[in-house]
Design a protein around this ligand. Structure first.
Ligand SMILES: *Cc1c(COP(=O)(O)O)cnc(C)c1O
Length: 412
């Protein structure tokens, strides 16, 4: 690398990531093999269109590679159709909405402040400009409430019901949602479609450790870089041939040009890695570590959400009398990276928030054990309580990461 400025920044980022404990629930570390595919010469190839139907010549190997990526995605999620071209999760949602809706159509989703995503109808996202979003609330316990969903469905008569979240720590009963929608559709004038955005939990789905939304939803969107542990990108799955065609059109030519074939190669590597028993064991450990840390914080007297997946929320306002922004900064000072997050019924504005979201997908990839997860709970507690010496806290973090793998040397 001759570019000294970028080289230095790359090295600094490697150093930062190796030094710290990454607890941002949406992050993960892809394997060396995934990164190698992503830096391959596929990056130089224009391949607008789909395998066998390209707008450029020279696509023979790209066609074979993208077909392999599609086949692996279908096998991993036991689904009939896959589009591996979306540049990101947001792009996947953009295309999935376009495939299923007309502009202005009504969508019933969970609001961002309750754990949804920007693309689920936030006022600052394209989604709220193009479609009419209405929301369902969580129950008083912060969990999805099927009665509330049923009631909102009958009140709002949406064209699309959307499940799948960014900060929801519990298991989701997709089968029960399907039944509610089927019951509604049996007497509705215009049927409601069911879409799941599994961006956060795709790895848990791939490992077979929760319900597979592909068995129930009309279309499923995802990212590939969160629990799935692949390159940064998006994915759309469906079992419906009619929707598969519309989805392909909505991705290209409607919303994207040339696909990122190098990233599609990285996705192919990740889909194969995720089909192995080792990945299932990894994902089980992610769940165990998340629970171990959450349980330990609760034993220390903290107010936590509880967890049934790879993340949980800590109510830092109730537990320590500080807001989420302050908590995020304090943890950042001792090389623990996490993000402030609204909690159910939050009284503070989003810039402050009352909670912090923690996830163990990335830390577990580097080698985090259950004992480490418990010790991390104690470090978080001591840091947020604000009485411990900062240098001592940093040493405790260092002692944990010194046992972990380097972020550039990870095997699947
Ligand atoms: C992360 C996420 C997305 C968007 O992914 P990007 O790749 O950042 O665009 C969409 N939906 C949900 C639920 C997410 O958590």
């Amino acid at each position: 690398m001759k570019d000294e400025a970028i080289k230095q920044l790359m090295n600094r980022e490697v150093e930062r990531q190796n030094r710290g404990i990454e607890l941002i629930a949406s992050e993960n570390y892809p394997s060396k093999d995934v990164r190698e595919a992503c830096s391959s010469i596929f990056m130089a190839k224009y391949a607008e269109g789909y395998p066998g139907k390209r707008y450029y010549g020279g696509c023979e190997t790209v066609d074979e590679m993208e077909t392999l990526s599609i086949e692996r995605a279908k096998a991993l999620f036991r689904c009939r159709y896959a589009n591996v071209q979306p540049h990101s999760g947001s792009q996947a949602n953009f295309a999935a909405y376009r495939a299923m809706l007309n502009p202005g159509d009504k969508v019933l989703s969970l609001a961002l402040n309750d754990g949804g995503h920007l693309t689920h109808g936030s006022p600052v996202s394209f989604s709220s400009a193009d479609y009419t979003f209405v929301h369902y609330d969580l129950g008083n316990d912060g969990r999805l409430d099927l009665e509330i969903i049923k009631r909102r469905l009958h009140e709002e008569k949406p064209r699309l019901f959307l499940a799948g979240y960014s900060a929801y720590p519990f298991a989701i009963d997709f089968a029960a949602m399907r039944k509610i929608i089927d019951d509604y559709n049996a007497q509705a004038e215009t049927p409601c479609l069911f879409m799941v955005d599994m961006a956060h939990i795709a790895g848990i789905v791939a490992a077979g450790l929760c319900q597979n939304p592909c068995d129930y939803a009309d279309a499923v969107t995802s990212t590939t870089h969160k629990t799935l542990r692949g390159p940064r990108g998006g994915l759309i799955l469906t079992n419906r041939e009619d929707l598969a065609k519309k989805i392909n059109f909505a991705v290209f030519p409607y919303s994207q040009g040339g696909p990122l074939e190098h990233i599609i190669a990285g996705k192919a590597v990740c889909f194969l890695e995720d089909s192995k028993p080792e990945f299932r064991a990894y994902m089980q450990l992610v769940l165990d570590n998340t629970k171990a840390c959450c349980d330990e914080l609760m034993k220390l007297g903290c107010v936590c959400s509880g967890t049934e997946n790879h993340l949980f929320l800590l109510d830092v306002l109730s537990s320590f009398g500080i807001n989420g922004k302050e908590a995020q900064e304090r943890l950042g000072e001792i090389d623990i990276t996490a993000n402030k997050n609204m909690i159910h019924g939050d009284t503070l504005p989003p810039q402050q928030a009352s909670g912090v979201r923690f996830g163990f997908a990335a830390a577990t990839t580097r080698g985090c054990t259950k004992e480490d997860a418990k010790e991390i709970a104690h470090i978080i507690y001591d840091a947020l309580k604000g009485e411990a010496d900062k240098q001592k806290l940093i040493s405790r973090v260092q002692s944990i990461v010194s046992r972990w793998k380097n972020v550039l040397e990870l095997e699947a």
